[in-house]
Every structure is written in C-alpha cells, then in structure tokens.
Design a protein around this ligand. Sequence first.
Ligand SMILES: C[S@@+](CC[C@H](N)C(=O)[O-])C[C@H]1O[C@@H](n2cnc3c(N)ncnc32)[C@H](O)[C@@H]1O
Length: 517
Amino acid sequence: MASLISETTQKIFTPENLRTAAKQSERCLVVPVRLRRAIKKYLREQEDPYMRRKVLRLSQSFSEIKDVNLHLVAETSKELAEDPLKSMEQSKRWKIKSAYGDIGLTYRDDETVAYVASRMPAVYSACYRVLSEVRRRLPGFLPTKVLDFGAGTGSAFWAMKEVWPKSVEKINIVEPSQSMQRAGRSLIQGLKNLPLIHSYTSLQALTKGISKFEREHDLVIASYVLGEIPSLKDRITIVRQLWSLTRDVLVLVEPGTPHGSNIISQMRSHILWMEKRKCRKAKVNKEDSKDLIDLRSGAFIVAPCPHDGRCPLEKSGKYCHFVQRLQRTTSQRAYKRSKGDPLRGFEDEKFSFVAFRRGQRPRESWPLDGMTFETLKEQRAKRNPEDLEIDYEGLVNIEETADIIPYEEVDPSAYDSDVMETDNVNDTYEDQDQDQEEETVNADLGGGWGRIIFPPVRRGRQVHMNICRPTNQDASEGSFDREVFTQSKNPTLHHLARKSFWGDLWPLGRNVTRTVS
Ligand SMILES: C[S@@+](CC[C@H](N)C(=O)[O-])C[C@H]1O[C@@H](n2cnc3c(N)ncnc32)[C@H](O)[C@@H]1O
C-alpha cells in the first residue's frame, strides 16, 4: 500500500505506523511473575483453609455494595452519613465517620486475603493498561513523586513499577485499612530498588504530615476506590482534594460498570468545569490577556476522551468502559473455581477511567490532515493485471463483531505457571529496557485522535465503528458517532479499521469525508 504523506504535519505516516500510534488495546496480559510470586508467597503465609469461602463472600459483598450504591440517591447518602448504623443494615461493610477521613468500606483480614487472591491481578491489569496509555500519550512524563489514594494492597503501585520502572522515587500512600497496608508491605518484601514509601490513613493525615510545598505529586492515582465512597458529595470533595495535590497528572480508575462509569463521568465534568471557571476568572482579572495566564492553569483529558467537552454518552443509555484480558493467576484459578469446574485460563476485567493533565490541551495538526486517499477503483486501475488477486474475503457477506479483545483463547495448559518461572526471576526492575518498548510513533493530544468505543463490527466489505471525536478545532466539544468504512470508498482506512479494536484510537482529519449510518 502506498505511503500516506501528510502535507500539514511534520510526521510521515504509513498505514503501518498509523496503526502503531492508534493501538492502545493490550493483548492478553500476563501478570508479571514477580507479582504472581509475591501473591503466592503471601497466600502461603496466611495458611487459610477457608479461602474459597472468603473469595465468594468478598465477591458477594461487592455485589451488595453495587446494589446499595444504585439506591443511593442524595437523600439516602445524607441518611447514610448521619446514621451509619442504619446503613449497616443495607451493607454490612460500610464504615462512615468524619468528613472525608474515614468513610468507605472496611477491609479486615478476611477481605484483604480474598482481595489479594482474587481481585488484585485483575485490578493490576486494568491499572497497567491505563498507565501504559498515559506513558504512550505523554512520552516525556516520568513521574518521580506519586500519591496512591485508597492504595489497598498496591495494585496501582505494581503497575507503576512496570510502566515507569526507573522514575518513581517517592510514593505516598493513603489507605485506612491496616490489614490492606500490612498485605501491601508484605507483597513488596524483598523487592529491590523500591521508592521511598510513606503511608497515611487519610488525606487529612497526609496534608497534616507534610509541608505545603511538599504536597504536590507528579502523578496521583485513585483506582477502584471512589465507588466505595457512599455519596457523590464526598466523592467530589475527595477528588477536588486529589486534584489540589496533583502537580501534573491525575488518574481515576473504576470498575467498568454503569455505576463506575457514571462516577468517572461525574468527576470528569466536575474537574473540567472547575478549571474552566478558574481560567475564566483569571482572564477577567488579568484584563483578558491570554498570554498572562499561568501555563499550568486549566485541565484537559489525556485519555480516554479525545476532547474536553460534555461527554456525548451522557444520557445516551450507553456507558463508557473498556476491557482488559488477563491470564488468570494460579491463585485466581484455585480460589475462583466454583463447583469443581475448571475456570477458563483468562478473565476480562472491565474498567472505566479518566486521566487529567494540568494545563491547556496542545494544538496539533490532525494525523489525516492533507492526506489524500484512493478509492479501490483507482488503486486497481494502477495495478498490473497479473498483480490482481481475488479478494475472496470481500466476496463473502459475513457479519462479525471484531473480537472484543484482540487475542485468541488462552489454552490453560500452555500457561506459564508461577512455579515454572520462579527460579529465573530477577526481581529488580533494571532488566527492563524501557526504551526498547517505547513506540516509535505516538498519538499526540491535539484532538486528532478519536477513540473507538465498543467492539467494531465487520460486515462483508464494511466495518462499523462507534467513535468518540472532537467536533471543533480546539477539542473543547465532542460527539459520539457511528461510522462506516467501506473497502470501495477508502481501502486504506478500511484496512486500518479491520485491524482496530475496542479502546484503540482512530486517526482523524479535518477534511476527510466520513460515512455515518
Ligand atoms: C477495592 S480496594 C482498591 C485498592 C487499590 N486501589 C487497588 O487498585 O487494588 C478499595 C480500597 O479503598 C480503600 N478506601 C475505602 N474508603 C476510603 C477512603 N475514604 N479513603 C481512602 N481509602 C479508602 C479501602 O480501604 C480499600 O483498600
């Protein structure tokens, strides 16, 4: 296929490197052996004969909490905060005390051990997927000081160590459960080159414990915790506090459920609204001079949204979420097994997320600006008759949903067990060559990269995709459109669409015609 040369951008794209830049979905993740080994060792030390029961109970209590959350309209939240005992009737695990100090769920030893065995590998995988995208989209961003809010047993910390193995020097942890803290410490025992770790039981303790100048963190992450805070008001207050502790990037990750996605959407709207209001005020105070505005003022979305406008999925009945497949660890397979049936070798973790960055969204040209595309007819007219191949695939009118996740079923018997790999593991992170992993072409943040939401559907020579995209130059507004790519109209984009998956980016051009069904 011919190279596509952009006239307006410095970058030269080919269909191959467009695909590389667009790809964000990860293949079936294998939890790193050092984490699998740490989990195994920790569980062995607990010598718990009732693990399966505990895993089941934890899973049931998550469902209960989901139900309670669904019924938590403003009135109930208020009631819950004023009368914690009443709330206990609804879910035995709520704990609520002071304003923003001790709300949320309780994690005692039973829940903690079950969490490590069953949930930690999946939550780690979602965090790894999210942070990997942050690294790709912000290649110059190397966080040295990090805050992990509701850190639990450290899933986000482990993901961070994989994504930025050399940069993190200091990490502050906020985790109210002593049991979770103990497990987190036990899991990292023996790891070399650890950053300096400080633990706090609440945000108040953190802000009291360190001076004002030390409060800012390059990266703040809150994974799978906001949904455990029972009211919208409390969540907003906490996220505002987290944002005030963020020097550069704030990442929120929640389960990929309607509730989790709704929380992400609400927090997204709130931070963007708050920062827009601040910018407006600053402009007025500084006599409307754009140049005088602090470079750090404002906020924009690094991922997943390609724009900073209102979420087009709001009130659409759909919810924005993604999926990460992971090979199940031995502990997951052992304790999640039900009624003696063996589990599949993998599981799909659904998650919703948002990554904010301080400052203004950069203005960049869009990847397809200035590109011209040939139709299939034009391409064929240029070919020698002997080069013509019969396109059998296109002749068959099949409909298929592109695999939700870009990989084949994992054969459990082919799975690398923790045991097999234990002996050869170097548990420092220095053996990783981060540079080697860096992608050669990165999608920038200028708004020219839409996001594929939900699995693309292939129908014969067409690919149907749902794309979230900006609708104006500065990406301050966006829409969610169903687009159809046909082989006859644009074989290049059709080819790219066939290779794309849910969660990948989609290159846009300001003048590229699109077909909307
Ligand atoms: C589902 S776990 C997630 C743990 C970890 N972030 C992860 O990704 O694996 C939720 C954690 O949030 C903590 N948590 C709940 N309410 C909290 C609050 N108000 N402040 C800080 N942490 C809280 C719990 O103790 C628990 O460790």
